[in-house]
Design a protein around this ligand. Structure first.
Ligand code: SAM
Length: 248
């Protein structure tokens, strides 16, 4: 049995006295995950705090994450927008088993109205999601906040998907995890490209997530790698703001 399924069995069979103490309390639910005697690949409290600070500053209305896993980051981050009736958090998760566990965790935290889990490969589900956003809001101009935390080899391909779908626009803030451990060097290079370098890269590098998702060379980013010491290793997040379109 996978450690994730074991965790699901554990959390769903906790005595009602314990559940009633954590129900509707996002930080208490996160504590159950932090204190569980297995390590999971979630953002954790150290890097999580850095990202929470940026969510507080930005107060995003529409926030997505690529890679939902067991719902830890969704609970931590969606809690920050819980009081805004217009704000919504969308969690893209490939694995239906993980999505089932996250659904339980998010519900226990009392955030199921705030968070929607979209199951499937992000590059397959993002186009329909984009259609929905654009049809629901005619003045829609891009996502406010994007948290990238799925498989490292998909960071650049899926950023190109997001760019191609016009989900990134001036004002969009993108935070990517695991920049040092296990590392996402190609991603850091991509967000630091000049418009000319990016144009060349996008025209000459096929996107494995779909050749139609070439990316947008004229999106200008301002980006910074921020090191964060976690409990057992050094890591960094990449904080990238779309500042403008390059006009030549
Ligand atoms: N953000 C989570 C947290 O902090 O609690 C941790 C995410 S975990 C590092 C990575 C997750 O990305 C896994 O659950 C995996 O199934 C998911 N994933 C991998 N490739 C994906 C894809 N193409 N689309 C959506 N999710 C994907």
């Amino acid at each position: 049995m996978s450690k994730e399924t074991e965790f699901y069995n554990y959390i769903t069979t906790l005595p009602e006295t314990t559940l009633s103490q954590v129900r509707g309390k996002p930080h208490e639910v996160l504590k159950l995950i932090d204190e569980y005697p297995q390590n999971f690949m979630n953002i954790g409290p150290h890097k999580g705090t850095q990202i929470v600070t940026r969510i507080k500053e930005k107060a995003p209305k529409t926030m997505i994450e690529l890679g939902g896993y067991l719902g830890y980051s969704a609970v931590l981050f969606a809690n920050e927008i819980a009081d805004d009736p217009d704000a919504k958090y969308y969690s893209f998760e490939l694995n239906p088993e993980f999505a089932k566990i996250a659904t339980y965790v998010i519900d226990l935290a009392g955030l199921s109205d705030k968070v929607e889990i979209i199951v499937g490969r992000a590059s397959y589900t993002l186009p329909a999601f984009r259609q929905r956003l654009f049809s629901e809001n005619k003045h829609y101009t891009g996502l406010d906040f994007i948290f990238i935390d799925h498989w490292k080899d998909l960071y650049v391909p899926d950023l190109r998907v997001l760019e191609s779908l016009n989900l990134i626009a001036p004002g969009t803030l993108i935070v990517a995890d695991n920049i040092i451990t296990p590392g996402a060097p190609e991603y850091v290079v991509y967000v630091n490209f000049s418009p000319d370098e990016k144009k060349l890269y996008n025209e000459t590098t096929k996107n494995p997530e779909g050749k139609e998702f070439i990316g947008r060379w004229n999106i200008l980013y301002d980006t910074k790698t921020i090191e964060v010491a976690t409990a057992n290793h050094k890591d960094a997040i990449e904080v990238t703001k779309c500042v403008d379109y390059f006009s030549g």
